[in-house]
Design a protein. Structure first.
Length: 145
């Protein structure tokens, strides 16, 4: 059974995160990994429970994230051991660019030659390398004419 977790980019910049005592071991350049919860239309990434009793629950952290940046962990890693999330962009054998997406609970990769191929992500992860994500690097998906 795969681990269920999410990743999202904080609405705060790195300086604001530091001021709020978010240490570098809690995030990767403003990207947080943990549980996903919603407050209205606002997504939050929430860390593990560190203490609880009948009156309260204390979490390791909670941070509001950009809605468009939220992606679920696929349960897979690239050839370098980096976790692959919905929205990641990877290169397959230094040849084709692929985008990871979730369709009806299945993680797929869209891309290949001229961006016309779709495949279950399990079939391409062995040789892939994450090179970015659709939130920060959409230009990586531009089809070359």
């Amino acid at each position: 059974m795969r681990e269920i977790k999410f990743r999202g980019k904080s609405l705060m910049n790195l300086e604001e995160l530091e001021e709020k005592y978010f240490t570098n071991d809690m995030h990767d350049n403003g990207w947080f990994v943990g549980n996903l919860t919603w407050y209205g239309n606002e997504p939050w990434i929430v860390g593990d429970i560190i203490e609880n009793d009948p009156d309260y629950i204390a979490f390791d952290f909670w941070v509001k994230v950009h809605p468009d940046s939220v992606g679920q962990y696929t349960g897979l890693k690239d050839k370098n051991g980096k976790e692959i999330y919905d929205g990641d962009i990877f290169r397959d054998n230094d040849t084709f660019i692929w985008q990871v997406y979730n369709e009806d609970g299945m993680f797929m990769a869209r891309g290949g030659e001229y961006g016309l191929s779709e495949i279950l992500i399990e079939f391409v992860t062995e040789h892939c390398e994450i090179i970015g994500n659709i939130y920060e690097n959409p230009e990586l998906l531009e089809v070359k004419q």
